[in-house]
Design a protein around this ligand. Structure first.
Ligand code: PEP
Ligand code: MN
Length: 333
């Protein structure tokens, strides 16, 4: 439920109304938008009398929100959320490119790639240390040793870092990580989401392989409900009947999520397609459709990559893709 207050309402009047509402057992979230104050009410709002509320002098309008996601809902919070990591911003008109290998494989590999993607204009470095592999016999990532190398790459290049968490037990290892990634396979790992809701780090939440937009937003709601508002949504393709591509990139998710939610959206064209040659065109398409950022896999030696080589760009291909990405971006903003 949301109550929009009339312009010019004093802080005292607002606080009195907020206290009265809280007294009736609901949580009140206050946000400002274009000189209007919006009160978002969460909890058992059935006890609240809409008519009584709407005839109050200071209230302009009252609306019930039918969607099950509240905090992530654009109706609750009109303004775009902007995530800030060091000098890098994502959302609200700030565009960010995250690049790096699927998995961290060695000191030489991660440092080399980090320097090359920085040179090409990337804003942030990615690299998996804990890898969610379909087969238990495949490379599972360098784990805590990999995280140390990623932190070293951050120190050498100044690029903020993002890496995937697979278990709440590993949270202590993520102290120097700037953004924590929740992978597609864990989008509905609710205990993990609840734990991340209690952290102070931004979370990049990937859409599940077969998840609807509503389920995706409900997972983000879990994190926000725990107290962490810094969430980036990542569209990484969904599974369809098509087999030529690894997944199907749902480009319509970009404008739709912008309509439904105030959270920033990043597109991962690498996992969405699984095919190197499709990464640049899909990046350009995602930028044209309004994405706030891209996450692109880049490897110094894709043929010998321990994970996701076929979809990884070489640093040279990444540099070339960045030129086209920037051209499209300049054309659409
Ligand atoms: C990844 O980013 O390397 C990854 C495993 O992605 P996803 O969870 O989207 O499959
Ligand atoms: Mn990967």
């Amino acid at each position: 439920m949301i109550a929009v207050l009339k312009p010019g309402v004093t802080l005292d009047e607002r606080n009195k109304l907020t206290q009265w509402l809280e007294h009736q057992g609901v949580e009140v979230h206050v946000s400002e938008w274009k000189s209007k104050t919006i009160l978002g009410l969460i909890g058992d709002t059935h006890k609240i009398d809409d008519e009584l509320l709407s005839v109050l002098d200071i209230v302009e309008s009252v609306n019930r929100i039918s969607e099950p996601y509240k905090n992530v809902n654009r109706k609750f919070h009109q303004e775009d959320t902007i995530i800030t990591v060091g000098d890098v911003k994502i959302g609200g008109g700030n565009f960010c490119v995250i690049a790096g290998p699927c998995s961290i494989e060695s000191e030489e590999q991660i440092i080399t790639v980090a320097k090359q993607i920085k040179e090409a204009g990337a804003h942030m470095l990615r690299g998996g240390a804990f890898k969610p592999r379909t087969s238990p016999y495949d490379f599972q990532g360098m784990q805590s040793d990999g995280l140390k190398l990623l932190v070293q790459a951050k120190k050498e290049t100044g690029l903020p870092i993002i890496t995937e968490i697979m278990s709440t037990e590993h949270l202590d290892l993520f102290d120097e990580v700037d953004i924590i990634q929740v992978g597609a396979r864990n989008m509905q790992n609710f205990e993990l989401l609840k734990a991340l809701g209690k952290t102070k780090k931004p979370i990049l939440l990937k859409r599940g392989l077969a998840s609807t937009i509503k389920e995706f937003l409900m997972s983000a709601e879990y994190i926000i409900a725990g107290g962490n508002k810094d969430i980036i949504l990542c569209e990484r393709g969904i599974r369809t009947f098509e087999t030529y591509t690894r997944n199907t990139l749902d480009l319509s998710a970009i404008p739709l999520l912008h309509e439904l939610s105030h959270l920033p959206i990043v597109v991962d064209p690498s996992h969405a397609t699984g095919i190197r040659s499709l990464v640049k065109p899909m990046s350009m398409a995602a930028v044209a459709a309004g994405t706030d950022g891209l996450m692109i896999e880049v490897h110094n030696d894709p043929k010998n990559a321990l994970c996701d080589g076929p979809q990884s760009l070489t640093p040279e291909e990444f540099a070339d893709a960045m030129v086209s990405i920037n051209k499209v971006r300049a054309a659409v903003i």
